[in-house]
Design a protein around this ligand. Structure first.
Ligand code: AMP
Ligand code: FE
Ligand code: FE
Ligand code: ZN
Length: 295
């Protein structure tokens, strides 16, 4: 079984449409793919329809999910959430708060970039984010720093998206960085569980993005209902993975592996990292908010 539990569509900062992501999952030979856009479920209708349109017996399962922006002790972190009820009001309201605040923040980041001499515009960022940012009549997607990074690439300011994530521009303490609304992760874990979902700490050891959360905080999240730790991730080196695996065993958490695919906005391939079937089964056994879509 090939199980990839973390992928983005253009409902947030991926470049594939939700339907293209489903097609890419089939092409990559995946058995399971999770759609985990940042702070939004806007990609669900298209992704679900794409799975349902596959030939019967294709052998693909879609796990609807999301990646929730959190902050604890001054550190930004991401919480993956799977198989929650997307209509549960308290969690839906928190996602909406974060998603809308991303637009306020993105405009300010664009202004900072302009003041710093980068010839980018809000209209350009809106166009780049448009896949997720403006679908008439449906929940909108979310805008993020990677869209602004793509605008900086288009304008010739930096060569690649990841070159925009430096102290010069968009990194955590960079010249053009503006904070956004982020949920306390203990609160987020409780919101996910109350919506019947399963929370997993995304890339907890991704040090290149800034400081990482202490083992003590991870222990507190486990006590609050965290289900697992994402261990096999491109941003974790081997010693980090070993340390996280030991911590997960100590805390009774399952461990996952996933690509964190962003289409052409990052170099990682869909299915490059995968989750073991027993961890996937542990996740499924804890979920009560939604069913996987199987085709
Ligand atoms: P935002 O959610 O708008 O604050 O932007 C965070 C997103 O930027 C993450 O989900 C990643 O997709 C991307 N990102 C963060 N750090 C880096 C980095 N060092 N290089 C490339 N992309 C990054
Ligand atoms: Fe992202
Ligand atoms: Fe993330
Ligand atoms: Zn992600």
């Amino acid at each position: 079984m090939r199980i990839d539990l973390h992928a983005h569509s253009n409902a947030s900062d991926g470049t594939d449409t939700p339907a293209e992501l489903v097609a890419a999952a089939v092409a990559a030979g995946l058995d399971v793919v999770a759609l985990t856009d940042h702070d939004t479920v806007a990609g669900y209708p298209e992704a679900i329809a794409a799975v349902q349109a596959l030939p019967a017996g294709t052998g693909l399962t879609l796990l609807p999910g999301a990646e929730i922006s959190c902050r604890v002790e001054g550190i930004s972190m991401h919480l993956l959430a799977y198989l929650f009820d997307p209509t549960e009001p308290a969690f839906a309201q928190e996602r909406e708060l974060t998603r809308t605040d991303r637009f306020r923040r993105a405009r300010l980041v664009v202004e900072r970039c302009q003041e710093l001499g980068a010839p980018i515009t809000w209209e350009q960022v809106e166009r780049i984010a448009a896949g997720g940012a403006s679908r008439p009549g449906e929940e909108q997607g979310s805008v993020g720093r990677p869209h602004i990074a793509s605008a900086l690439v288009e304008a010739g300011v930096v060569a690649t998206v990841s070159d925009a994530f430096t102290s010069e521009w968009l990194a955590e303490h960079g010249r053009a960085h503006v904070p956004k609304h982020e949920t306390d992760p203990v609160e987020a874990v409780k919101l996910v569980r109350a919506a019947g979902g399963v929370p997993v700490f995304a890339h907890p050891g991704a040090a290149k993005r800034g400081r990482t959360v202490s083992d003590q905080v991870i222990g507190e999240l486990a006590a609050a209902g965290l289900g697992g730790l994402e261990v096999d991730h491109i941003d974790h080196d081997e010693p980090t993975r070993a340390r996280l695996r030991a911590l997960a065993a100590e805390l009774g958490l399952f461990t996952t592996g996933s690509s964190d695919y962003h289409g052409s906005r990052k170099t990682v391939r869909l299915g490059e990292f995968t989750t073991a079937p027993d961890a996937y089964q542990a996740l499924l056994a804890q979920a009560t908010g939604a069913r996987p879509i199987v085709r």
